[in-house]
Structures are given as C-alpha cells and as structure tokens.
Write a protein that binds this ligand. Structure first.
Ligand code: CP3
Length: 350
C-alpha cells in the first residue's frame, strides 16, 4: 500500500494530513460513460463481472477519463446471493431480478455456504488484474452489500417501492430472517477478507436499504451484522467505509462500529455530522447526485458548500450522496472532480 502514487484517499480515511480533499464517485464505473457502454454493448452485465479483463478495463476507465482519486472494482453486491445458488437476471432498464426469491426456512437451508476463493474466484482474479493494470496510480476499493440490503433483494426478488415482502418476512418470520442475515454476514466476512488479500486497499459496505427500517429495526436487522463484518474482517490497516443510506438516527453507532469512515447521503448536514461523530471517524460524501444536471457554475457553488460544511482539516472524502445517474454528462463528472481538487486545497493549509 505504501507504494501507491496517489494515496490521498487512504490518508483521508485515516484522518492523516493531506494536501487536498480526495474524491471518488459511487457508481463511477457505469453507464454514464460512453466507453463503459461500448464494452457493455458486447457483453451482458454478469459476463462483464465474471471476465477479469473486462471488469478491470471498466474499473480503470473513470481513473483515466474523470480523474478520480480511487478506483472501485466493477462488480455488484448481488454476486453473493448468485454464488449461494440463487438465479439472478440483470434486466436491462428494469434492475436486477431473482425469479425464485426466498420465502421460508427451507429456501434458506438450500443456500450454499460459499467459499469466496471457489464460487467468487472470478472477483479475486479481477482484483489482482485491476491492481496490476492500475500500476499503483490510485487505491482500489472493494465492496459488498450489507446483509440487510442483500436480504431485501433476496426476499423481494428485485427492487421494490413498498418493501412489503421483506417487511412481512421480518415481522412474521424473524428467526428465519436472523438465520439468513447470519449466513450472509459470514459469507461477506470471507468475501471482503479475500478481496483485501487479493489486493484491495480499502472496502465499503453498502447498506442501500438501511433507511427503510425504523431505528429499532435498524438496530435489530442491520447494524449488528455490519458491526460483525467490520470486527471479523481480516485486514492489516485497510480502511473500512460504512454507507447506510437514509440512516440519520444511528450515526454514532455506525461511527463506533470500528469502521474508519462513515458515508453520508445528501440529506444530511455534513457540518453537523462532523460535530457529532467527526472525532471518531472520517466522513464521505455528500453532494446530491442530481446537482450534476446543473451548470458548471452551479456545480461549483454546491461543491464549495460541501467543502465548507466539513471545514478545515483531514477526514473528508468527497463523494456524491449516492450513485451517479446514468444520464449525467461525463464532462460534468470531470468538472466536479476538477473543482474539488482545486477548491479543497485551502482547507488543508496550516
Ligand atoms: O461503483 C462502481 O462503479 C462499481 C460498480 C458497482 C455496481 N453496482 C455496478 C452496476 C457497485 C458498487 C454496485 C453496487 C450495488 N449494486 C448496489 C449498492 C449501491 C447503491 O447504488 O446503492 C446495489 C443496490 C446494487 C444492485 C443493483 N445492480 C441494481 C439496483 C442495479 C440496477 C440499477 C441500475 O442502475 O440500473 C444493478 C446493476 C448495475 N450494477 C449496473 C452497474 C454499472 C448497471 C448494469 C448495466 O450496465 O446494465
């Protein structure tokens, strides 16, 4: 790790002194880039995930094209349930679908206990190849979904608006829910540990659906399993980022989980959150992703607000508050990165 040519992201995650604020963008390897769409045109999504050359190529695209300070491995959170034996269809425009979702204990028992070095070896091969091709220009982030977020997809069978199936499941079969969460959490520990072993410099856990739970249900069904992953992870000093979208109410608990960084969505006040938990962790975020529809002048104005909200000193990793949308112009993403690089310098002087 020490040989990284640009290690601003790693140093910010550890709140070490830096010259400017680093930036990467959630979903930066994706459809807003014509170069991504050109690769995607020739292969379906899962084939791209399972072909290390293709995964490495699209992982590095935003480093070359947009100038971000970290790469995130092109893959998906849903490769774990797929490896456990669930059929997964990545539907163009419709999002992911599990045609045979989890309904009961017997469905859970049928799920395989996976060895990431076997069923998900293609991910580790993609990590190794990406590290080699990146040539230490920037760190490589590995990721997984939180057990709660994966269980939501596995029970809903895909995306949802009301989350009626998963809510029905936790209220009518809570014991089964915990068995499943435990199974996913154990697989995730092995998976993220293997990714670090294969060369990832940091990892992020995405709890995309943490925010649909009440505070007490979040404490029962999501938080403990993320804490378990953080505490069991085999790592030297690779930083861990927890991103729980919409979870305003348990920031202190997330900060005390053992993670180095807490990711924030755009509905949170970065300055106030720093006051609350900024002594415990670094913070990542949190520009509204839709600001990138605006003019460059407006983007600059909004970026300055985010930088000012965090204020002086290390411990801030710039990012959007959620993934970049597929219809954003790449030039806007590039402008965002340049503005952050230029405007953040003054917050690190003295
Ligand atoms: O951030 C990156 O650039 C790395 C790659 C990455 C993808 N998915 C690629 C992808 C990452 C980090 C993810 C994580 C992921 N996947 C999450 C958590 C992050 C979040 O956004 O909250 C979730 C919930 C998923 C599940 C998933 N995968 C959905 C809901 C979809 C479809 C939605 C959409 O944007 O169309 C996917 C497909 C997917 N994963 C695409 C990409 C680039 C688009 C597929 C395509 O090219 O057709």
């Amino acid at each position: 790790m020490s040989q990284l040519k640009n290690d601003l992201f790693i140093r910010a995650a550890k709140k070490e002194k830096i010259e400017r604020t680093p930036i990467w963008i959630m979903r930066q390897a994706g459809r807003y880039l014509p170069q991504y769409r050109a690769v995607r045109e020739k292969s379906d999504f899962l084939t791209m995930c399972k072909t290390p050359e293709l995964a490495a190529e699209v992982t590095i695209q935003p480093v070359d094209l947009i100038g971000v300070d970290a790469a995130i491995l092109f893959s998906d959170i849903l490769v774990i349930p797929e490896a456990m034996g669930m059929e997964l269809i990545m539907n163009e425009g419709k999002g992911p679908i599990f045609p045979s979702p989890i309904r009961n204990t017997s469905d859970i028992e049928k799920l395989k206990n996976i060895d990431p070095m076997v069923e998900l070896k293609y991910v580790m091969d993609a990590v190794s190849l990406t590290k080699k091709n990146l040539d230490n220009r920037v760190p490589l982030i590995g990721f997984c979904g939180s057990p709660w977020t994966l269980m939501t997809y596995m029970v809903e069978g895909g995306g949802s608006k009301s989350f009626s199936k998963i809510k029905n499941f936790i209220y009518t079969q809570p014991e089964a829910a915990h068995v499943l969460l435990d199974k996913i959490a154990k697989a995730s520990v092995n998976y993220l540990s293997a990714k670090i072993e294969a060369g990832c410099d940091a990892v992020q856990i995405f709890d995309t659906w943490g925010g649909i739970l009440s505070p007490s249900d979040f404490e029962e069904f999501s938080l403990p399993y993320m804490k378990y992953i953080v505490s069991e992870l085999k790592r030297k000093d690779e930083p861990v980022i927890l991103f729980a979208k919409g979870v305003h109410h348990r920031l202190k608990q997330l900060a005390k989980s053992g993670a180095n960084v807490v990711g924030l969505d755009w509905t949170m006040d970065l300055g106030k959150v720093r006051e609350k938990i900024g002594d415990l962790v670094a913070l990542q975020g949190n520009l509204d992703p839709t600001v990138l529809y605006a003019s460059e002048e407006k983007i600059e104005y909004e970026v300055k607000k985010v930088l000012k909200a965090y204020g002086k000193g290390s411990g801030h990793i710039f990012n959007l508050g959620h993934g970049i949308l597929p219809d954003i112009e790449p030039a806007k993403a590039k402008a965002l990165v340049e503005i952050v690089k230029k405007e953040s310098v003054k917050y690190h002087k003295g």
